[in-house]
Design a protein around this ligand. Sequence first.
Ligand code: SF4
Ligand SMILES: [Zn+2]
Length: 269
Amino acid sequence: MNIEQKIKQTIQKYKLCNKKEKILVALSGGKDSTVTAYLLKKFGYRIEGFHIDLGMGKYSEKCLSAVKKFCRDLKIKLHIYDIKKEMGSSMCYLRSAIQSKKSLKNCAICGVIKKWILNREARKLKADKIATGHNLDDEAQTFLMNIFKGSPELSANSGAITRNISDSKFIPRIKPLFYILENDVREYSQDEKLPVVYEKCPCALDSYRIQVREFLNTLSRKNRINIIKNFDKVSKRIQKDKNIKIKYCEICREPSRNEICKKCELMKT
Ligand code: SF4
Ligand SMILES: [Zn+2]
């Protein structure tokens, strides 16, 4: 089965989306999110692009121009969120301010802030789903890291579609590349000559994740795929929260599991 057929199968099997829904694709400028948008569009889904300009110097400039070119070429409506304008500073500055008080990795901070922006903006744009470009290797890394931490339940509500969160303020997230290996995504993006930034984000300095990724790269394709097959079996068994009760953050009113959401918790002085 080729990558296109596998993605179609994932969409159908896990009921990720349908053709009436409006899907906002989080486009970073990298290969994974670009392939996600390219294929959803090719399959006839109603998509729009959403790019967060993180203001991280030359790297962000390259990402922004790749995303603009891609959307122009494919006639995809693009929404750009400029973090400097909207939040007052670039991601680098926001992160340093947080790190002066809390010892957290770059991606942990950036990831929380991006998720918060995405959910809020997707709701304002009346999107039914948010699609991201996470591939099998990303998901296997996260699953293994949670196991090594002794907390496999942290993966329980993950999957090709977010599970068990039903709240009108929360936009479900889908990952059409959940069962696709990273190398296959790279090859496909090169074959299709998509405008993609292949260089890694200069701020991705999580040494532990890099270590886990290097370990995964020593495994065969079959074994990496098996990790995700195991994830599927285990995640159903370890789901404690059958229906997660959502609260609204006391500061920003966004959906949250706690009184204060993760993003506001990070940005509290
Ligand atoms: S790699 Fe990490 S720091 Fe860079 S954009 Fe992604 S989450 Fe943010
Ligand atoms: Zn909040």
